[in-house]
Design a protein around this ligand. Structure first.
Ligand code: PXG
Length: 286
């Protein structure tokens, strides 16, 4: 059975899901997106993802042509049409087709695309043994150039950092901000454990306000852990007892080596394991 993609207000076979080569989403990366997860047929934190999508769109003066309510139904419809219970949903809003030239006011027909697919998780081994990552030389977007809180179709900085990681044999890479402070990874937020307390960079370090990050902060506090959202340097990462990453796709994944430094004893630590299970429980709750 062919995958069905939601586009132009209807579900159509993937072979027929096409946009114009004049769409500014393609020509200039002019658009926004979201990546969501469904567990047992239900989307995790759908409202938060839609809120972030609408915020991203507003930040680039892009009006999403359907209501939040209709988008929520369209997401659910797309999952059902593809018989996906545990999966991944990609929402894409493009500026629409127009003449060559940057002017977004010349475009018409912003496209709303919803793709539901099975999730490609990291191999199980990464969750059991932990990831090795490197620090990329490519920095996260300067907030005065493009706010890192906007999930735009311009992910080139992160892609360049990802390439640096892959070149070094790592599936993720740490990105610093323009001040040299720790920001996040290419598609995941970062947390450290030191002396039994949690540390994660604050939003003004220039990072995506991750929905998994928020959920993990709440879970940690509910479990009585102290969580600091505070400026972190690369040396803080090297000196951490534990390190883990959070993201919709990865969920919670331990990190056991950063650049040349082994984190803790080189195995996923106790707080990381506790929060990994707490997050799994939260997402799989009936
Ligand atoms: N930082 C960045 C830069 C991201 O793009 C996250 C953190 C984690 O946020 P959430 O809300 O998911 O907890 C992201 C989002 C993919 C994919 O297809 C995932 C993201 C971005 C791009 C692609 O796996 N993650």
């Amino acid at each position: 059975m062919s995958t069905k993609v939601y586009i132009s207000g209807r579900l159509c076979p993937r072979e027929e899901a096409k946009i114009s080569v004049f769409d500014h989403g393609l020509l200039y990366g002019d658009g926004v997106f979201e990546g969501l997860r469904s567990y047992g047929g239900r989307v995790f934190r759908l409202e938060e993802h839609l809120r972030r999508l609408w915020d991203s769109a507003r930040a680039i003066s892009l009006e999403i042509p359907i209501s939040i309510h209709d988008m929520a139904s369209a997401v659910q419809q797309t999952l059902e049409a593809n018989h996906i219970q545990d999966g991944y949903v990609r929402l894409i809003i493009t500026r629409g087709a127009g003449p060559l030239g940057l002017d977004p006011n010349e475009t018409a027909d912003p496209q709303v695309i919803i793709i539901a697919d099975h999730i490609q998780l990291y191999p199980r081994e990464f969750y059991e043994k932990g990831l090795e990552i490197i620090t990329a030389s490519t920095i996260r977007n300067h907030p005065a150039a493009l706010s890192p809180s906007i999930k735009s179709l311009n992910y080139l900085n992160n892609i360049l950092a990802k390439l640096e990681g892959l070149q070094a044999g790592c599936v993720e890479a740490l990105m610093l901000n323009f001040k040299g402070e720790v920001a996040e990874c290419t598609g995941d937020n970062i947390f450290l454990v030191r002396g039994g307390e949690l540390f994660t960079p604050p939003l003004d370090a220039g990072l995506l306000d991750g929905i998994t990050r928020r959920a993990v902060i709440d879970l940690a506090r509910e479990a009585g852990m102290v969580v600091h959202e505070t400026t972190l340097a690369k040396d803080d990462v090297y000196a951490a007892d534990e390190c883990f990453l959070t993201g919709s796709a990865a969920e919670v994944v331990p990190v056991i080596k950063v650049d040349q430094c082994v984190i803790g004893d080189g195995r996923p630590g106790p707080l990381t394991r506790q929060l990994t299970s707490a997050f799994r429980e939260l997402t799989r709750k009936p």
